[in-house]
Structure formats: structure tokens, C-alpha cells
Design a binder for this molecule. Structure first.
Ligand code: SF4
Length: 212
């Protein structure tokens, strides 16, 4: 197997994922993980702990995750308050039901768009949706087309449809596809200068065929 077994580098429980997401800015696995490690050590992540902490202490704990810690501290408090008030302390339970509604609820949180909402629904075990890593939409776009799309939303939806058509509607198949796409986009099919010469799917890639 080219990339081997992959494990999520982020918390999969929906509330924890939201907290992790605001732990770093610009949001990336290393930045969010750094802020998360500090936050869990200094304050904790439960809504009551986030709401009880002084704003200055919260933003100081988030500094390890990068820029605008004060704004991220405010966002965390907003998430904690909403999860307590609107979801009775259980965000995951509030997402069970029709997927368009669950997606809408998730997108009402700051900086959560379709890719983030889909990732939460898939990894949270709520819907075996064909989520695509937000920064790797170009991978499927390139496999399908000789030229890259200029329309991110359309490319995201097309990538989802392509994955859904190829994979069974099962959590293990779709989480694995998500993690492999992420790895492939980070290591070989990079945004700029893809390493096509070492790519295991180059024979099926329209972008590569057009370049050759
Ligand atoms: S052949 Fe190149 S462009 Fe196509 S998927 Fe592989 S790395 Fe990406």
C-alpha cells in the first residue's frame, strides 16, 4: 500500500473538533495541535471551563497556535456558550437528523464552510458523507480534468460526487479516502509543483496526460 494506514491528526468528536479548529490560526494541523495541547493543559476544553476562564488567560493559552489569539478566544467562548445553550451541552446529539439541517447548524459557527461541516459529519460518525479535504480538492480536479477548475465550490461538489460514485457509503471507506487524499495532496500532488513522476495514479490522471 503506497501510503499505509492513516490516522486522523485532529479530534473526531464534533465539539472537540470545533475547539481544535479555533486553537490555531492560520488553521493547519501543526498550528491547531499546538494551541490544542496548550489549551488542554492550561485550561481544559469543556464548555464550563472555557466559559469560566478569564479572557486574558484563554488568549494566552491560545498564543501557541498562532495569530489573533484574542479573537480565537472569543470564538471559543461563543462555541462553548452555544453548545451549552442551543445544544444542551451535546453538539453531536444536536447534529443527528437530516443532513442539510446538520450542515446548516455547523456552518453557523465561525469559519466553518461546507468542507469543515462535511468533515465533522463524516469523522464524527454522523453521516458517511463523501467529504474532501478543503485544501486537496485540486487532487481530484486534476485527475478528472486536463486543466484545473477556477470555481472552488463547483470543484468541491464534483470531487464529492466522484468519491461517492467510487466508494461504498461506509464510514471506514470514506474516512480512509479522506485521509489518503490529504496525504497525497500534502506530499505528492502539491498545490504548486506536483511530483507527478512519483505519483501512483498518474496513469489515470487527465492533468498529467495533458502535460505529457
Ligand atoms: S499525476 Fe500529478 S497531477 Fe495527477 S494526481 Fe498525480 S501528482 Fe497530481
Amino acid at each position: 500500500m503506497f501510503y499505509g494506514q492513516q490516522e486522523p491528526s485532529f479530534p473526531t468528536e464534533p465539539y472537540e473538533f470545533l475547539v481544535w479548529w479555533y486553537c490555531g490560526y492560520p488553521a493547519s494541523d501543526p498550528a491547531c495541535s499546538k494551541g490544542w495541547a496548550n489549551l488542554t493543559r492550561e485550561i481544559g476544553i469543556e464548555p464550563e471551563k472555557l466559559l469560566k476562564a478569564k479572557a486574558s488567560k484563554l488568549s494566552a493559552a491560545l498564543k501557541a497556535g498562532g495569530m489573533v489569539p484574542e479573537l480565537r478566544a472569543e470564538r471559543l467562548r461563543e462555541v462553548a456558550m452555544r453548545v451549552q445553550d442551543e445544544f444542551a451541552g451535546d453538539l453531536r446529539a444536536g447534529l443527528v437528523g437530516p443532513i442539510p439541517q446538520a450542515r446548516k447548524k455547523l456552518k453557523s459557527f465561525p469559519s466553518i464552510a461546507d468542507p469543515g461541516a462535511d468533515r465533522i459529519l463524516l469523522f464524527g460518525g454522523i453521516s458517511a458523507i463523501a467529504a474532501v479535504p478543503s485544501n486537496c480538492v485540486h487532487v481530484i480536479d486534476r485527475i478528472l480534468h486536463p486543466r484545473e477548475s477556477q470555481n472552488y465550490s463547483a470543484a468541491y461538489r464534483e470531487a464529492q460526487r466522484a468519491l461517492a460514485a467510487e466508494l461504498p457509503e461506509k464510514f471506514d471507506a470514506r474516512t480512509r479516502a479522506y485521509l489518503l487524499l490529504k496525504k497525497h495532496g500534502q506530499e505528492i500532488c502539491k498545490r504548486t509543483k506536483p511530483k507527478c513522476e512519483m505519483c501512483p495514479v498518474s496513469s489515470q490522471c487527465a492533468f498529467f496526460a495533458a502535460a505529457g
